[in-house]
Structures are given as structure tokens and as C-alpha cells.
Design a protein around this ligand. Structure first.
Ligand code: HEC
Length: 219
């Protein structure tokens, strides 16, 4: 009895699904094709909808339902190649400051290895000046990345820190004496139970956070 029921459900499903077919030039079984095919230009699709593979030069051509190539760009591409001699504004990910980066210390990769915390503590100097602007941006970044554990005043009492436990206070013991290089290195590689932030926070933004953490050490 049970087996017969399954057979019935299965055959109805097959009949139902075989009714779904894309109407473009590339037919196949597709359920709700409008959910897969974008109406706005998709950066990475180049559906020409033509069997001869020729690029279309204008939208007046007979294009299929899911045509998604850009007739205004070369090779019908949706994304454009940057103009010659274009320079990325920050080679080390996006910067909260949003300004064009000219200081090589903020752009070159950080190459002090993870196991050299003492060395980093001694030699690294913050290339940014502690202006009100920089400290303010550091505070915003701190609120995003560090506050959950370290808390608003850097006492280790953030909402996550209370549960995570063992988050130090920046204004006590050896933490009060941490150099700027030490803090930068810890943000970059993590330390003990703290995870690294290098993949999420650019070098420039890490230095801004350092400026703000220093104000918390001295409160
Ligand atoms: C998920 C929780 C968490 C987040 C988020 C976090 N930390 Fe930590 N942090 C810790 C813990 C736990 C320790 C103690 C690590 C240990 O010694 O095991 C620590 C230690 C530190 C130390 C001291 C390192 C040392 O020398 O012992 C510094 C500096 C620090 N964090 C800075 C930051 C900064 C800046 C951010 C934001 C970019 C941040 N942390 C984000 C949990 C966190």
C-alpha cells in the first residue's frame, strides 16, 4: 500500500516539473526561471542568445527572453576593464578614511612574521599622526571590530567578552605598557584566544585602531 502511494506522488511530481521549461534559446528544465535570470545587467554574464555566437550590436536585434549582455560595451561585456594606468586607491583593501593612499607604509604588505611580536613591539612605529580625525575613525573601527569583546572602555567587558571570558583590560598591568607596534601586531595576527583581523581590517585602519586603543590604555 505504502509503496503505491510513493509511486503516485513521484509520478505527479515528474508530470508537474516537466511542465517547466525556459523559453530562451537555451531550453532546458528550469523551475521558476525568472528567479535565476537577472533583469538588470549581471557583471559576469555574457548571454548573447544567438546560435551563431556573434555579439549583438544593438538591442533591436532579436534577443531571447534572458538576454543579459550589454550592447553598449565592447564584446557585449557588462563589466568594463579599468582605464589604462588606473591605480587602485588602496591596495590593502578598503579604507574607512576613503582617501587616496600615498604613504607606502600603509600600502605595502606587512611582512614581520607572526612569531616576532617582541621585534614588532620594539621597531614598529605608527605612520599616522594622532589627529582628532584619525583617533575618531579609530574609535568607529574599534566599535565595529573590538568592542564586542573588549568593551567601550577597553576593560574586557563587552557583551561577547563577558561570555568569552579572559579578555584583558587595556589600562591595567602589562597591557597598559603595550607599545603601538605590539597592538598592531596583535590585531594583524591575533594572540592566544583572540583571532587575527588582517583579512578584515586594512593596514591603515589597523593603525587607526591602534591610536584609539592607546587612548584606552591611558584612561
Ligand atoms: C572575540 C573576542 C575578541 C575580539 C573581537 C577582539 N579581541 Fe582582543 N583579545 C581577546 C582575548 C580573549 C584576548 C586575550 C588573548 C590571550 O591572551 O589568550 C585579547 C587580547 C588582546 C590584546 C592583548 C594581547 C597581548 O599581548 O596579550 C590586544 C592588544 C587586543 N586584544 C586588541 C584587540 C583589538 C584592537 C581588537 C579589534 C580589532 C580586538 N582585540 C578584538 C578577545 C577579542
Amino acid at each position: 500500500m505504502i509503496n503505491k502511494h510513493y509511486l503516485y506522488i513521484l509520478s505527479s511530481a515528474v508530470i508537474l516539473l516537466s511542465g517547466c521549461e525556459a523559453q530562451g534559446d537555451y531550453p532546458g528544465l528550469e523551475y521558476a526561471p525568472q528567479m535565476y535570470h537577472s533583469v538588470p545587467y549581471e557583471p559576469l554574464t555574457q548571454i548573447t542568445d544567438r546560435e551563431d555566437g556573434e555579439w549583438l550590436s544593438s538591442l533591436d536585434d532579436n534577443v531571447g527572453e534572458f538576454y543579459n549582455s550589454n550592447p553598449n560595451n565592447a564584446y557585449a561585456m557588462n563589466v568594463r576593464i579599468p582605464a589604462a594606468n588606473t591605480i587602485r586607491r588602496n591596495t590593502d583593501r578598503y579604507s574607512a578614511g576613503g582617501h587616496f593612499e600615498t604613504n607606502p607604509e600603509l600600502v605595502l604588505p606587512y611582512n614581520i612574521p607572526a612569531d616576532s611580536l617582541d621585534y614588532a613591539s620594539r621597531v614598529l612605529k605608527n605612520p599616522l599622526a594622532a589627529t582628532e580625525d584619525v583617533v575618531g575613525q579609530g574609535q568607529v573601527l574599534y566599535a565595529t571590530f573590538c568592542y564586542p569583546c573588549h568593551g567601550g572602555n577597553g576593560l574586557g567587558d563587552g557583551p561577547v567578552g563577558k561570555v568569552y571570558k579572559g579578555v584583558p583590560a587595556f589600562n591595567a598591568g602589562r597591557y597598559k605598557e603595550m607599545t603601538e607596534g605590539h597592538i598592531f601586531h596583535v590585531i594583524t595576527y591575533g594572540q592566544g584566544r583572540m583571532n587575527p583581523y588582517a583579512s578584515q581590517v586594512s593596514i591603515e585602519d589597523r593603525w587607526k585602531i591602534v591610536e584609539y586603543v592607546q587612548t584606552l590604555q591611558n584612561q
